[in-house]
Design a binder for this molecule. Structure first.
Ligand code: SF4
Length: 333
């Protein structure tokens, strides 16, 4: 095993998001998921139509979306829930729905300002596609990450900023390094575009935290192919990762393909092994934000493993204990 910090040699054997938040803010931080009303170039015809085959088509319907509710109102609703349930005091605004940099700069500035103006918000996470960023958008993000944006300066002056700098994260859906898989799931971007987005982010938003998403078990992929994507993801040196299993959501293109027998899904043991492989491949400082995808949403039709997220996280920790390894144990370089 390569070097490991003492924290990584204890359960859960990796650096979870809660530990990162504790390091930065000294207390738990809760993510409030937002729908800022964006769309996606993979839906509106700019790159493709129909979206990724695993994307929930029902949520394309404007009637079912939350985007017409303002950011401040969505934040306050989410914050109230976490305050009442967990006594939460600090929140991250998570721009999750659709492609959250797919808009002109002024709209992005207005969204990010609105989120960071909330007195209990200590940062933002922005989920997007790798082909939807450019230098100007990333330079704007950098002004939040380095604390120079007017909204954060005002919070500092008012004494409501918890720290000198907010947490600012951009999350890219890498999903796989295999372009043939990306094409099969109608992802409509290449892995080369992911590599370019990572390079652009490091150049133009060096203070921002960079997260990559991977999906294990997309149609046609073998465990060996997933391990190749894990190694490539580690090579790109993200600050955090979200690794989850492929799951089939009702009313998606993938659901029809699954029912037609066009592909099979990984079993639970395979996913647990791959999650452990992923943890071992990531450098010790990388935050492991997620290791499993959606399980209990009634819209999920497969896989039905009959376990809760907590149980699966335990199985992954058990596997690392059995192997006698931890995060970073098999990283390259
Ligand atoms: S990029 Fe995201 S929002 Fe767009 S179609 Fe794919 S999964 Fe859906």
């Amino acid at each position: 095993m390569q070097t490991a910090t003492p924290e990584l040699t204890r359960e859960p054997y990796y650096k979870p998001f809660s530990r990162l938040m504790k390091e930065l803010f000294g207390e738990p931080v809760y993510k409030v998921t937002l729908d800022a009303g964006f769309t996606c170039p993979n839906i509106d015809g700019t790159k493709a139509t129909g979206g990724c085959t695993f994307c929930d088509n029902v949520s394309f319907s404007p009637a079912l979306r939350n985007g017409s509710t303002g950011i401040a109102a969505q934040l306050e609703k989410g914050a109230r829930f976490y305050r009442e349930k967990f006594g939460a005091r600090r929140f991250l605004a998570y721009f999750q729905a659709f492609t959250n940099t797919y808009a002109p700069i002024e709209k992005l500035r207005a969204m990010w300002d609105a989120a960071l103006a909330h007195p209990d918000v200590c940062g933002i996470s922005v989920g997007t596609r790798p082909d939807c960023v450019d230098a100007a958008k990333l330079q704007l993000l950098q002004t939040y990450a380095d604390g120079s944006a007017a909204v954060w300066q005002q919070r500092l002056a008012a004494g409501t900023a918890p720290t000198k700098l907010p947490y600012v994260c951009i999350e890219y859906g890498m999903q796989t390094m295999h372009d043939a898989t990306a094409e099969r799931v109608n992802r409509a971007h290449t892995h080369a575009e992911t590599v370019t987005a990572v390079e652009l982010t490091r150049r133009h938003a060096p203070a921002a935290h960079l997260c990559l998403h991977l999906i294990a078990g997309l149609p046609g992929e073998t465990p060996a192919m997933v391990r190749q994507s894990i190694a490539e993801c580690a090579r790109l040196r993200p600050d955090s990762i979200k690794f989850h299993h492929a799951y089939v959501y009702e009313n998606t293109v993938m659901a029809a393909q699954f029912r037609a027998g066009e592909f099979t899904m990984f079993d639970l043991d395979t996913h647990v092994g791959l999650a452990a492989d992923c943890i071992e491949a990531m450098a010790p400082g990388v935050c492991v934000e997620r290791l499993v995808g959606e399980l209990t949403d009634p819209g999920v039709i497969a896989p039905l493993w009959g376990k809760s997220k907590l149980q699966i996280y335990r199985l992954i920790s058990d596997e690392l204990r059995r192997r006698g390894t931890c995060q970073g144990a098999r990283r390259q370089g």
